[in-house]
Design a protein around this ligand. Sequence first.
Ligand code: FCB
Length: 508
Amino acid sequence: MIYIFIALGILIFFIFVPVFGKKRSKVRYTLREEKGPYTLPEKFMWGTSTAAQQIETQQKTDWTDFENSAYKNRRFDTLAPGKAKPGHIHNLGAYSKEVIKKKTDHDARIEKDLALAKKLGHNAYRFSVDWARLFPKPGMSSPSKAGIAFYQRVLDACRKNKLTPSLTLFHFSSPSWLWQDTVKGWENPNTIEEFQSLTRGVAEHFIDQVDHWCTLNEPMVYVYNGYLDGVFPPLEQRGNPAKVAPIISNLLKGHAAAYHILHDAARAKNKEIQVGLTQHTRAFEPYRNYAVLDRITASIIEQAFIWDMLDAIETGHFAPKTGGARENIPGLAGTQDYVGINYYGRFYVKTDITRPMKFEVLMHDEHDPGEKINQLGWALYPKGFYDVLASAHAKYNKPIYILENGTADDQDDDKIRQSVLVNHLKEIYHVIKEKGADVRGYFHWSLIDNFEWAEGFEARFGLVKIDYAKNFKRIPRPSAELYREIIEANGVTEAIWRYYTALNEANG
Ligand code: FCB
């Protein structure tokens, strides 16, 4: 009998005592009495972000292999909107072979696309290099001439259109030849060496022209989606997060090596650069505030997914919260000149008291009538952006660049994207003013619609729509004009804020 009481006591304690962990917030925006304008700092970088595999012609990469095999084997399913099915690419069959190969036909339109960015008021542009375009074969001692010429075109177009370039070295895809071994991608320690060759090659040609560098895009998304969730190559589902710690460790080693290569190259030219990486962030909040286990788990996941890597970069010591060996990584400490943040909304963490090691991550709360979601069912949550920026500032006290923020909205009037723009930019204003965060730039994801990984071409993230059926025609959406106005005012004006508050209220 006594055991039953003890068990009941423990259960009640865990379910009802809200003392530990994070809390889910009812407030979705930072609302203050203060009137606009909500102006951002001088010399703010205003741009958009893109990635090679998503906009350029396919090269021989792990992703190209996945895309082509999904197409050939007609693997086009999805589990639910925004929930990719392992091994599938959503509705890829609805697009032609030409579209799958050329993606957005950016290769033929680099100059026009960047002239459009200028016309839309931008002063910066973030892009990534395709590793396989530069190193199509193993064992090459320097990058291919054609590959260098291609990115020289991008940089020339940036210069011509007065767009400050931000160059990302690794954005999810890598050459197929890195995937021949049984140990694949970044799990293979060889990849660290190869990444150094890539970095050397790119630095040798472009260090003079680029001041802002990002070594790795969202390494935890690469690891989580590829090795745990099975929706990115190598499509593995390992079950236990401790089993991916060695991959994260290799990514950290690659980052550290690239940081030093880039700085050495810059020093030799007597120039200053900024190098960092960018982390995918969400607000991880408990599904139920009264469930202590939801709250504790939300805190642990946030730490593991967002901060473990950034902490390791500060200290040189990698201590994964979800298991795996702790380790000191030589040369890693202090290898970020800025903190790179990509932010996409709120995730809810839901646990099951009978199986405490299992948890679900929900993209939105279907029982919350006030919740706003995007085309992929992601919960929009501007306040979480404030919180992430405040934490990044409190933890590291470094310049912060938003290297991605945006949303999927396929409607021609793109109201969701417009309110995401306004609301999130206003959060940046508040966090600078109230917490002293040193936010220096904002890159909207994305300039044009593009290939959204396992979501295929369906999820539309562009300020500019692409009509895939009409020869990749570019059609700016209303958000593109809104962003131009915001940039011109260097922030959100009172008039824009009022208009969009009304829009939000009208939308419930
Ligand atoms: C980020 C990726 C980017 C794009 C956006 C929507 O996680 O870095 O390539 O897919 O999401």
